[in-house]
Write a protein that binds this ligand. Structure first.
Ligand SMILES: *Cc1c(COP(=O)(O)O)cnc(C)c1O
Length: 409
């Protein structure tokens, strides 16, 4: 007999459909090179806390102050101080991702109708945050195919343009540290020097850099630094971080000012722009904390140097396949890599699986993460792969080339 609840949902069907979810990408025997996932792969320490902290609001057992950032058990207070040191910022607040951090900054630090400057390689979330804050904007151009490179000096040109056109300086300058498309790394110091000369606050989006490479906000001279836990800090997420200089903290951390018009109720201990408590009160912040020691370790200059070495080696080996070209600035340094593969695209035209042949052939060789259906241009991420696994990935691509009569130089 079927058990049916009042909205006519068949419970057995629901159990069959949702009760046994599995995921190939998480299986031990596969190497995952998915472009947005590699930096968010959990550490063994983070995996260990999944069950105990999986329940909703699991960090709130000993919340005595009614505020997530004041919780001492688990040690969120200490963690935020340590993560501030790590990011080289005075104050850090957890958010629901780099996107929420950007949203808060643009909405709090500007007035409707202000003008801001951003790079033309920024993530869509930057554009949306600017739109939500009802701002005008000006883009710093990039040099297009195949480098898509930003010229840091153009920030000065754009600031001058805004000054000339509006009579005032832009309210904020926004820089994407590593762009999501080609993984180009921008020279932040050059831009912060320009911003300091003009006295315009600088926001740095470290979604693809904080937790992957050395990033110190103070050293770089930025006013704000955003990070993404699920993108680059080995956290299950959704979690991000908003780092700020002390001088901006009063505004950003403003207490809620509303008073119930009938009840007189107030919420003075709640930080208004963070929904009182940011929505990370369980696995998001716990996995971020559990992974933090290893994230600090892997972001040290020596560890990063080794990553860059692997990137350069990968680029050299993958480009040995006829027609294959890695896009972006050279020398390539960041493990997020966009690859153009005209020869694979040619194969797809006559292959019975069309463009799916590439992701499916890779899967047979235990490599997952190339977007299903893409064979012309796609992104991968090799961050944190051992040399052995890196070579396995290279071999997989080269073998697929050989199987399809594509020469390897
Ligand atoms: C992925 C990405 C984001 C979004 O990060 P979330 O933490 O998911 O909000 C923002 N900016 C850049 C440059 C990104 O690559």
């Amino acid at each position: 007999m079927k058990e049916v609840i009042y909205v006519s949902l068949d419970i057995q069907r629901l159990k069959d459909k949702y009760g046994n979810l599995t995921r190939r990408y998480a299986k031990e025997e596969y190497i995952n090179i998915q472009p947005i996932q590699r930096g968010g792969l959990l550490t063994p320490e983070a995996k260990r806390v999944l069950l105990e902290f999986g329940d909703g609001y699991s960090v709130c057992d000993y919340c005595t102050k009614g505020k997530l950032v004041n919780i001492k058990k688990p040690p969120i207070v200490d963690f935020l101080a340590d993560v501030a040191t790590f990011m080289g910022m005075d104050v850090v607040r957890p958010t629901a991702g780099s996107r929420m951090a950007q949203y808060v900054i643009f909405n709090v630090m500007t007035e409707k109708g202000d003008t801001v400057i951003l790079d033309s390689t920024a993530h869509y979330t930057t554009y949306l945050a600017i739109d939500e804050a009802k701002l005008h904007h000006k883009e710093v151009p990039n040099n297009g195919y195949p480098e898509f490179k930003i010229n840091e000096d153009d920030y000065a040109t754009k600031i001058e343009e805004v000054k000339k056109e509006t009579g005032t300086l832009p309210t904020l300058v926004f820089v994407t540290h590593v762009d999501y498309s080609c993984g180009n790394i921008v020279n932040v110091k050059k831009i912060s020097k320009i911003c300091q000369d003009y006295g315009v606050p600088l926001v740095l989006n470290g979604a693809y850099s904080v937790g992957i490479m050395p990033v110190n906000g103070k050293e770089l001279g930025v006013d704000f630094l955003t990070a993404s836990g699920h993108k680059s800090m080995a956290a299950s997420g959704p979690i991000g971080l908003l780092g700020m200089q002390e001088k901006h903290s009063e505004k950003i951390l403003e207490a809620a000012s509303i008073k119930g018009e009938w009840s007189g109720r107030q919420f003075l201990n709640k930080e208004s722009h963070f929904y009182g408590c940011p929505p990370v009160y369980g696995l998001p912040i716990i996995t971020l904390m559990a992974s933090f020691p290893r994230v600090v370790e892997r972001s040290q200059p020596e560890a990063w140097k080794e990553e860059v070495k692997k990137v350069k080696y990968f680029v050299q080996e993958i480009e040995r396949i006829e027609s294959v070209k890695v896009l972006g600035k050279r020398p390539k340094e960041h493990p997020l890599i966009q690859i153009e593969t005209p020869a694979f695209y040619e194969v797809s035209k006559t292959h019975k699986r069309k463009g799916y042949f590439l992701s499916e052939s890779l899967r047979k060789k235990k490599v997952v993460g190339v977007f299903p259906g893409s064979s012309k241009r796609f992104k991968i991420n090799i961050h944190g792969l051992s040399w052995e696994k890196l070579n396995a990935v290279i071999s997989a691509f080269q073998e697929i080339a050989r199987e399809n009569n594509i020469p390897i130089n």
